[in-house]
Write a protein that binds this ligand. Structure first.
Ligand code: NDP
Ligand code: X2W
Length: 344
């Protein structure tokens, strides 16, 4: 299968290349760029020297669709909404890493992303794919909308509680933290060293574009109240930790909660539930496609605390995109993704 990558010079693109380099089923057919046509990728990323000799090509959706079996869009939101329809119209499969086709309600997209939504027809056809929660709907799809990084950590952390209808409506609070690679490679004041180093900042308070994405999926799963969701920038390169709080009125113990999570994720290759009293750290999933989860229940406050960690560029972006592409094309879901985390 020939895979083309648009936005290969970005962080998500670089991770796609790292995975595809040793993927037995997908071969990197072409790399596309809006700014570096004719250059070799190793001029931008010396760590890829000799891995990908082909020159970066200009973005021509019709041509790309003719030459590739699947196109990964690792471009900013607002760009994918223009490219994806043209590629799909030519019959080529697309996996979109951006937020452009995740929200089924265009008005929500325009409110939270402050950009014009893509064509209604393709918003409807896009399959929002978090495999652990809805892998059945991915098989046979041609257009995958890959979930956001924070929603992946949050929804995997919440799913067992939502499925068992244990959470009191309106009680979910998510305190999420991300490494700076989550903001991509383009420099900005907030991401320069002197602003980040020895610092911890909250951002997009009550305005984060991932709030409607999480709420949309929770609704499908049966929980319809709004959530409180806040994001913080941490002076580290990779990783997301979502610390999730929710009230439980049913009579349960911490042991019950742990058994629920262990059972729910027992057969999932990429979700690892920590043992009782143990909580994951971001480094324990670095550069891997794992989501690691720890759970606790405070019998005094009747509140559950769920800690969910992922690598934002892997399970939060490129890793999950390949996982989805594997399912879409009928390959073993874990193909090319059996990385142990990098530690320390
Ligand atoms: N970083 C993360 O942790 C996550 C990112 N995402 C999403 O994935 C997508 C890629 O993110 P990321 O790799 O971090 O971003 P980067 O900013 O690192 O890279 C984006 C790439 O998009 C290309 N690009 C920029 N403008 C245009 C344009 N007008 N037309 C076509 N291509 C353009 C650029 O490549 P060139 O100049 O070569 O064209 C650039 O390298 C985004 O939508 C992001 O929101 C999703 C989950 C997590
Ligand atoms: C640290 C950091 O800035 N993270 C970014 C993640 C954005 C992202 O991945 O955007 P979409 O999923 O919406 O495409 C943010 O919080 O906006």
């Amino acid at each position: 299968m020939k895979a083309g990558i648009v936005g290969a010079t970005g962080y998500g693109g670089a991770e796609l290349l790292r995975i595809l380099h040793s993927h037995p089923e997908f071969q990197v057919g072409a790399l596309y760029t809006s700014s570096q046509q004719g250059e070799a990728i190793h001029n931008h990323y010396p760590h890829l020297t000799e891995n990908f000799p082909q020159a970066l090509e200009e973005i021509n959706p019709v041509q790309m669709a003719k030459e590739m079996d699947v196109i990964f869009l690792a471009v900013p939101s607002g760009i994918a909404s223009k490219l994806a329809p043209q590629i799909l119209d030519e019959g080529c499969a697309v996996v979109d890493l951006s937020g452009d086709f995740r929200l089924k309600n265009s008005a929500d997209y325009e409110d939270w992303y402050h950009k014009k939504a893509g064509p209604e027809e393709w918003i409807e056809k896009a399959v929002y794919s978090l495999p652990e929660l809805n892998r059945a709907s991915i098989k046979g799809a041609r257009f995958i909308s890959n979930p956001g990084c924070y929603p992946t950590a949050t929804l995997l952390g919440l799913a067992p509680l939502i499925k068992e209808e244990l959470l009191v409506e309106g009680s979910i609070i998510v305190d999420a933290k991300s490494g700076v690679s989550g903001a991509g490679q383009s420099p900005s004041l907030g991401t320069i060293y002197s602003e980040l180093n020895e610092n911890l900042k909250i951002y997009k308070v009550n305005e984060h574009q991932h709030i409607p994405e999480i709420e949309q999926m929770l609704k499908v799963m049966g929980y319809s109240s709004p959530i409180t969701f806040q994001t913080h920038l941490v002076p580290m390169t990779r990783g997301i930790m979502a610390t999730i709080y929710g009230s439980i009125e049913t009579n349960i113990t911490e042991n019950d909660l742990w058994n629920l999570y262990a059972e729910y994720y027992r057969d999932e290759p990429f979700v690892r539930v920590r043992g009782k009293g143990k909580f994951p750290a971001t480094k324990e999933v670095a550069a891997s496609n794992y989501c690691d989860i720890g759970v606790a229940f405070d019998e005094r406050t009747k509140r559950a605390t769920i800690v969910s960690v992922i690598d934002n560029l892997m399970k939060g972006a490129a890793g999950q995109a390949i996982q989805n592409a594997n399912i879409m094309f009928g390959f073993e879901e874990t193909t090319g993704l059996n990385f142990s985390p990098v530690y320390p």
